[in-house]
Design a protein around this ligand. Structure first.
Ligand code: NAD
Length: 396
């Protein structure tokens, strides 16, 4: 029997469960490309309810305990005295979400002598030291595709929020004002703008497909080029590198994983090569951007706006400059944890656990590392690779 340590964000301050705005969520059965949604044998939760907080427990606790496993669920994850740190040494499985990541550093992995499986309930496993996991032969899996569309929708929202300058207009309305000139002095149409997409994986492609009907001019870069028919369908211009991509765009959206190659990419030098007044929407990882370079570019007017969803670290300190920098439309890493997304990644986490306990192979698209090397999605999206190869196309 296994000990499963689950780290989740705290319950709502008004208590659990919240009062739900809707009774149900639509049933989604398939992702683009014919990939099926998570398919566990059973679930113990009502889709559309809050599962990502401690009391929601990803809907796993009753099932795991009925199978004889020990389950610890906590939100207390930082520092030597935290519940996470104390429970880690004899845990067999660790589960956490990128929204409230249980940082599995090399030191923590060293302490976790029994650890065999790390599951990201969501997408993005950079909170686990993947090299250390590889050295120990630990399996790291995530629920690929579970919230990709959630993030793509959030991206489109943030693009529109920045370009149309929604936040200020809403504040004027909420505060009882009616000065239309103030409200529109930074408000533009997205139509006709040049949008560059950095990384055209599941989220990047969903953003392309959702933004195309706005009449924008789309370009992208990825280390794998998309099929020609896809490029033609969306009138996409391919660039070899992000340096080439950003020179002639009005809006940059960022959808690459955080790796040694992408950390700190959006720095002073790169931002200076963008046209003045460009916008950045980065729902991927905060650390892909140089925190202070973004602040400087907004203050100087080089950037007209920055909207992101992910911070470094999380939770972000109260005095993090991205909370107060000008023309920001930040959210607190919520894009992938809508109630709709939670239902899918909770089901996917259960599917991973069912397969793990049955000794069955995990779905290749869920695998990041296994048996000491990058596998499945990990091999495609995380492992260091040579740049563009004409033979390799982004068909994942
Ligand atoms: P994906 O694996 O489908 O796509 C990632 C793409 O990035 C791949 O096409 C890969 O080739 C490309 N890539 C990797 N390194 C690159 C590099 N150095 N240069 C150019 N391209 C590179 O993943 P996805 O589902 O599209 O998710 C992308 C990322 O978004 C995740 O890794 C995660 O960090 C983030 N994410 C955030 C949230 C959220 O809630 N904000 C939710 C899900 C995912």
């Amino acid at each position: 029997m296994a000990k499963i340590l689950i780290v989740l964000y705290p319950d709502p301050v008004t208590g659990y469960p919240p009062v739900y705005a809707r009774e149900t969520i639509p049933e989604i059965t398939e992702y683009p490309g014919g990939v099926t949604v998570p398919s566990p044998k059973a679930i113990d939760f009502v889709p559309g309810q809050l599962l990502g907080s401690v009391s929601g427990g990803l809907g796993l606790k009753n099932w795991l305990e009925s199978e004889g496993h020990t389950v610890v669920i906590t939100s207390d994850k930082e520092g030597a005295d935290s519940v996470f740190e104390k429970e880690l040494p004899d845990a067999d499985i660790v589960i956490s979400q990128p929204f409230w990541p249980a940082y599995l550093t090399a030191e923590r992995i060293e302490k976790a002598k029994n650890l065999q499986l790390v599951v990201t309930a969501g997408i993005g496993s950079d909170h686990t030291d993947l090299n250390a996991a590889n050295e120990r032969g630990i399996t790291v899996a995530e629920v690929t595709y579970s919230n990709s569309i959630s993030v793509a929708e959030h991206t489109v929202m943030q693009v529109l929020v920045l370009v149309r300058d929604f936040v200020k207009q809403h504040q004027i309305a909420a505060e009882g004002g009616w000065n239309i000139a103030d409200a529109v002095e930074r408000s533009y149409d997205l139509e006709g703008m040049r949008v560059g997409v950095f990384a055209a994986g599941r989220i990047g492609r969903a953003v392309i497909e959702r933004l195309a009907p706005f009449g924008v001019r789309l370009s992208y870069t990825d280390r794998f080029r998309l099929p020609q028919e896809y490029e033609e369908k969306y009138n996409l211009t391919f660039h070899e590198s992000i340096e080439d991509l950003v020179k002639e765009i009005d809006v940059l959206t960022v959808h690459a994983p955080l790796t040694e190659e992408t950390r700190g990419l959006l720095n002073d030098e790169l931002l200076a090569t963008m046209p003045r007044g460009a916008y950045i929407v980065n729902p991927a990882r905060g650390a892909i951007a140089d925190r202070d370079a973004i602040v400087r570019a907004l203050e100087s007017g080089q950037l007209a706006g920055y909207a992101g969803d992910v911070w470094d670290p999380q939770p972000a300190p109260a005095d993090h400059p991205w909370r107060t920098m000008p023309h920001n439309a930040m959210t607190t890493h919520t894009s992938g944890t809508s109630l709709s997304g939670q239902a899918r990644y909770a089901a996917g986490t259960r599917e991973v656990l069912e397969d793990w306990f049955a000794g069955s192979p995990l779905r290749p698209e869920y695998l990041i590392v296994e048996g000491g090397s990058y596998r499945g999605t990990g091999a495609h999206s995380y492992a260091q690779q040579p740049t563009h190869s004409d033979e390799q196309q982004n068909n994942q």
